[in-house]
Design a protein around this ligand. Structure first.
Ligand SMILES: Cc1cc2nc3c(=O)[nH]c(=O)nc-3n(C[C@H](O)[C@H](O)[C@H](O)COP(=O)(O)OP(=O)(O)OC[C@H]3O[C@@H](n4cnc5c(N)ncnc54)[C@H](O)[C@@H]3O)c2cc1C
Length: 477
């Protein structure tokens, strides 16, 4: 059997030496897997080249397969193993690490057709779903039953549950409800050789053997393809109370975040926008935000009954104690929805200003002020325009480097600034990626952050589950 060339795994745009294995796979798939839709036209394949990490080089898939069932996925992976063809699992393609970007000549398997919610199980507070369901669709279906699906990436209207599981997505609710991993009870996964396994089910507690569920979540399609998930639902929380606090300096906003954490507040949302981001959002949405402020915090509480107003009052006190010069509460739930939506669109607002390279560093929460200072210092030292927003309550900030679209120095400057920001985050005990993933964009930093011994363990897990190295080669490891 001809395995996938291991040297290809070092480059996100590796070119397979020989197109014959893919041709053989496609011929067999047409004969054996009539339910699989295959795209081979160049125009169709082109639209699967990139995810949202547009600045990364990406390869043109040799073909794209759209399976309709778990059996289709198993059949495709059996053929990929037999013919030694690399496979890129893909959801909605909104990822920000190059994890779903094409590999030249490889097979992209897009799970978008597997888009059915199979069951909402009220008695067990869970939902069984296929991976192609859009996060917002799942939320709406749960809400229609008076239930709540918590994971809430800002891209929730476009990203898929499979992609959320693949990246262990975070978002705007993690302070209180955790990342996607915290909402997963069990998975159905197709392994590289086509074997189908189940890792859990509807049990709230289940400690039989190693936690394979948690191993697959966040593995970015390098260990298996998730074809079904059983996800935790919660009773729907009450309406949210929302606070905006404006600060004359970034440091004070960071201190307010640290103050709220130290005071034991667990708001559902604790987001930060710096001056550049506030201006970009205001320029687009005209919400009346204070564009003279250096920073804004958005705090939301969904505590039951009077608890929400109480939590927001305590958050307000922490903001004022840290130096906030203006605090405003949303007048009603609709205004709160507008504000949340505007925050979700912060990246799009910045993209109207130039080419944006978004990063995803995280630190222990008490170190948020120090990380904010470091980002501002590094950007200023290199003369790079930087807008920072993010999930400050989780210690997760997104510095966005903004360049003119034709700036010839952009690529090199991005690398230098990014490396210094990564180093600063690590020096603060943080991470080079809090929620977007290593993917293809940050691979060289994995051993620096985790150490060679930990990466060797990861490699042995990869080798055990995917001995031919066909699953998303060159991503993560
Ligand atoms: C405007 C904007 C805002 C965003 N906000 C957030 C945010 O707040 N928080 C956050 O965490 N992310 C955010 N993201 C990033 C992105 O939306 C998330 O990473 C999301 O989880 C990706 O989902 P997707 O369906 O687009 O996956 P894709 O991009 O298609 O894939 C992501 C990764 O998962 C793997 N994968 C996909 N499906 C499967 C499967 N079925 N089985 C195994 N692996 C699979 C892929 O191989 C890839 O490595 C944002 C992106 C944008 C553009």
């Amino acid at each position: 059997m001809r395995g996938y060339d291991a040297t290809m795994a070092t480059s996100p745009i590796a070119v397979p030496a020989d197109p014959a294995p893919l041709a053989a796979l496609l011929e067999a798939a047409r004969a054996e897997l009539p339910g699989v839709r295959l795209l081979t036209d160049e125009v169709d394949r082109e639209s699967y080249r990139r995810d949202e990490t547009a600045y990364l080089d990406a390869g043109l898939p040799g073909a794209v397969a759209l399976p309709g069932t778990t059996a289709d996925v198993a059949g495709l992976l059996r053929l990929a193993s037999r013919h030694g063809v690399a496979v890129v699992p893909r959801g909605a393609g909104t990822g920000l690490s190059g994890g779903a970007a094409g590999i030249e000549g490889a097979l992209t398997i897009a799970l978008t057709r597997m888009d059915r919610i199979l069951e909402i199980d009220r008695a067990n507070l869970c939902v069984v779903t296929q991976p192609g369901v859009i996060n917002a669709t799942l939320k709406a279906a749960a809400a229609a039953e008076g239930l709540f699906y918590a994971p809430d990436p800002a891209s929730y209207e476009t990203c898929s549950i499979g992609g959320n599981l693949g990246t262990n997505a975070g978002g705007l609710c993690c302070v209180k409800y955790g990342q996607t991993r915290d909402a997963v009870l069990g998975l159905e996964v197709v392994l590289a050789d086509g074997t189908v396994i189940r890792t859990g089910g509807r049990n709230v507690k289940d400690v039989a053997g190693y936690s394979l569920t948690h191993l697959f979540v966040g593995s970015q399609g390098t260990l298996g393809i998730i074809t079904e998930a059983t996800l935790r639902l919660r009773p729907a929380p009450g309406p949210r109370s929302t606070l905006l606090a404006f600060f004359a300096d970034l440091d004070a906003a960071g201190e307010a975040v640290a103050g709220m954490t130290a005071a034991g507040l667990v708001p559902v949302t604790l987001e930060l926008l710096d001056r550049e981001t506030i201006a970009a959002v205001e320029d687009w949405h005209h919400l009346g935000l204070d564009t003279t402020a250096e920073a804004m915090l958005m705090v939301e509480s969904d505590a039951p009954g009077a608890g929400a107003a109480d939590e927001i009052t305590r958050a307000e006190a922490a903001c004022i104690a840290a130096g906030s010069h203006a605090v405003v509460r949303a007048a009603d739930p609709q205004e709160a929805d507008w504000l949340r939506q505007a925050r979700r669109l912060a990246l799009r607002a910045l993209e109207r200003q130039g080419t944006v390279r978004l990063e995803d560093v995280g630190v222990p929460r008490a170190a948020v002020p120090a990380l904010l200072r470091a980002i501002a210092r590094i950007a200023a030292a290199h003369g790079v325009r930087c807008a920072t927003f993010g999930h400050a309550g989780d210690g997760n900030l997104h510095p966005n480097l903004i360049f003119a679209p034709d700036d010839p120095a952009a690529a090199e400057l991005t690398h230098r600034v990014r490396d210094e920001i990564f180093r600063a985050a690590l020096d603060l005990g943080g991470t080079v990626t809090a929620e977007h993933g290593i993917g293809a964009a940050r691979r060289e930093w994995l051993p620096i952050q985790r150490g060679d011994a930990a990466v060797a363990v990861m490699r042995s897990i990869k080798a055990a589950l995917d001995p031919l190295g066909i699953l998303n080669p060159g991503r993560v490891l």
